[in-house]
Design a binder for this molecule. Structure first.
Ligand code: BEZ
Ligand code: MG
Length: 583
């Protein structure tokens, strides 16, 4: 930082300084605006006012053609004479930022007024303050009124009691609440999607933009298209997004879904190379056990897409699937069927990678063990062979390793603002696990990307950026940890688990900056008052947190100064004594 600061003042041109300050400003706003959970959900308790305002603002930020409602930021931006809000989002100049801030402030205030006075008052206020015709804003506020009513009516306890009595529980869709507010009220019996309709037309359309951003980013950073990518596909995510992950795989391969008259996706059709404007990317799909169980037809479709692309008579430099398959057939003398396997999951009846357990239990000596475990768990192939016979969970370690050995980038879609990459252990077990497996077999760590399907501005971030963002917006954010600490015992466990999940990204992908550990240590352990609070509420999690910081130091994920290390060890010993009743 010091070095950067002196550079800032000494040798930068004023243009460059402005550019850097603006970039810093963008990052601060990004952290500030990120929607975070400010406490745990308490079963049966409805959202409180603050949470309600944030959620409603997010709901209002999307176009809702099904309700005939336009997005509130669009209406405000146009009303203020700034033109399309989309353009402000794309703009990187100071004036764009100023205008964007103004629009966001008006939207924020409008939602507050709506919560205070209802829809009538706010429509008039918007007309006066921002030139938005009431006829234009009425519809979105009518939708917000409905969403608000449903947020305040929790049916969870009633639904649970009914289920336990063996009574009928009304069904409802499962999705992200912002993407589809019809999931409310909660407490209903979540139904899935028709797996034959996946990917939906909307999911396929949204995936195009995300894949374009993803490939552009890789090309910008590495100077070329990735030859092969590994994709993580989860079941619940593809239910929630109606198959955005599946659609992204299809776009990477350069194919479109073909639907029958009942809207079932029965086949794929290659998009001509001239239209695609880039090579077809080779894609290895590492699929969760839940996805495999829920989307059998989709597994077959993905496998068929790979085979179809591998068979196209196209130049090697435009069709990386064909190139890889042909090379493998020639070099190894194996069958086309073997060389075209790209859809992998667990053995039938088995779930998960166990990489998370190995990390959490500190059960690995060399990092390669994590990649080996991932391969052992996920090397079962699914699809159909050339004769049309089903391949359902045949162990194909050689084919999996060969496919992974070509991977240059790995990617996963984040589908919900409620759960991010440090909230649960599953992101690092999958994306981190596949990264470690690639590192072992391609001899280089792949570039790792995540996309955020939770905001209207689709974003692709590197894993490192995402870890920084999650750390700033959650783990080290007093709004987040004080919200957790209000839950007492469980809150401390959440803080500890965030650190452990972050540690998982060091273990699997070396994607965590040292300052993360240093600041976690300063915030939660070296601050006497804070460690006392944690120890009073939950000494076991407090001890686990200090132990994890020490383990991270021991494994070289950060370097602590001798006296810091000494203090951490003392505090750990004190917590041990306290738990054992010796202090
Ligand atoms: C899934 O929906 O596929 C999934 C859920 C939790 C952990 C991992 C995968
Ligand atoms: Mg779990």
């Amino acid at each position: 930082m010091d070095e950067q600061t002196s550079q800032l003042t000494d040798d930068l041109s004023s243009d460059e300084r402005d550019r850097r300050v603006l970039r810093l400003y963008e990052q601060v706003v990004e952290v500030e605006q990120r929607l975070i959970p400010t406490g745990l959900h308490v079963f049966g308790r409805a959202s409180d006012g603050r949470e309600c305002a944030d959620l409603l603002r997010m709901v209002a930020s999307f176009e809702r053609p099904e309700h005939g409602a336009r997005a509130l930021p669009d209406l405000v931006s146009e009303g203020l004479g700034f033109g399309a809000y989309e353009r402000l989002l794309e703009g990187r100049g100071e004036e764009d930022w100023r205008r964007r801030e103004r629009v966001d402030a008006v939207v924020r205030r409008a939602v507050e007024l709506f919560l205070e006075d209802g829809a009538g008052g706010v429509c008039l206020w918007l007309e006066r303050e921002a030139g938005v015709a009431a006829a234009g804003s009425e519809k979105i506020f009518r939708l917000l009124a409905r969403v608000r009513g449903r947020l305040e009516a929790s049916r969870e306890l009633d639904g649970l009691a009914r289920a336990l009595r063996g009574e009928y529980v009304e069904p409802g869709p499962g999705a992200d609440v912002v993407q589809n507010p019809d999931v409310l009220p909660t407490g209903r019996n979540t139904h899935a999607v028709n797996p034959y309709a996946v990917p939906s037309r909307t999911a396929y359309a949204r995936a195009e933009g995300v894949v374009r951003l993803l490939l552009a980013r890789h090309r910008e950073e590495h100077g070329r298209w990735p030859r092969a990518m590994a994709l993580v596909l989860w079941g619940l995510d593809n239910i929630k997004t109606q198959g955005e992950g599946v659609a992204q795989a299809l776009w990477l391969l350069g194919v479109r879904p073909v639907r029958d008259r009942l809207n079932r996706v029965t086949d794929v059709e290659p998009i001509p190379l001239e239209r695609l404007g880039r090579p077809r990317i080779d894609v290895v799909m590492t699929v969760s056990g839940i996805f495999r169980d829920l989307f059998a037809a989709t597994m077959t479709l993905l496998d068929r897409a790979v085979r179809r692309v591998a068979e196209l008579d196209e130049p090697a430099e435009s069709n990386f699937v064909r190139r890889s398959v042909r090379e493998q057939v020639e070099e190894e003398g194996c069958a086309f069927d073997e060389a075209a396997l790209r859809v992998f999951s667990n053995a039938p009846g088995s779930y998960g990678t166990n990489v998370n357990f190995m990390v959490m239990d500190s059960q690995w000596e060399q990092a390669g063990a994590l990649g080996d475990l991932f391969v052992t768990r996920k090397s079962f192939a699914y699809g159909r062979d050339g004769a049309g016979r089903a391949v359902e969970g045949r162990e194909a370690r050689g084919a999996f390793v060969r496919a992974l050995s070509r991977v240059e980038a790995a990617y996963q879609n984040i589908d919900s603002f409620e759960i991010g990459i440090t909230d649960v252990d599953h992101y690092f077990e999958y994306l981190g696990g596949v990264s470690k497996a690639v590192e072992r077999h391609a001899r280089a760590r792949p570039a790792l990307y995540l996309s955020d399907a939770t905001t209207r501005e689709a974003r692709v971030r590197s894993l490192e950026e995402m870890v920084r963002l999650e750390t700033r917006a959650k783990t080290l954010n007093p709004k987040w940890y004080e919200g957790m600490l209000r839950h007492g015992f469980r809150g401390v466990a959440e803080i500890e688990s965030h650190l452990t999940n972050t540690f998982g990204w060091s273990a699997t992908a070396d994607a965590v900056d040292e300052w993360v550990y240093r600041e976690v240590a300063e915030t939660f352990v070296l601050d006497r008052e804070m460690i006392e609070r944690l120890a009073d509420l939950n000494p076991h999690s407090a001890r686990a947190l200090v132990a994890r910081l020490l383990e991270a130091e021991g494994r070289g994920f950060w370097r602590a100064e001798a006296e810091v290390l000494e203090r951490l060890r003392d505090i750990f010993a004190g917590l041990e004594d306290r738990i054992e009743g010796a202090a």
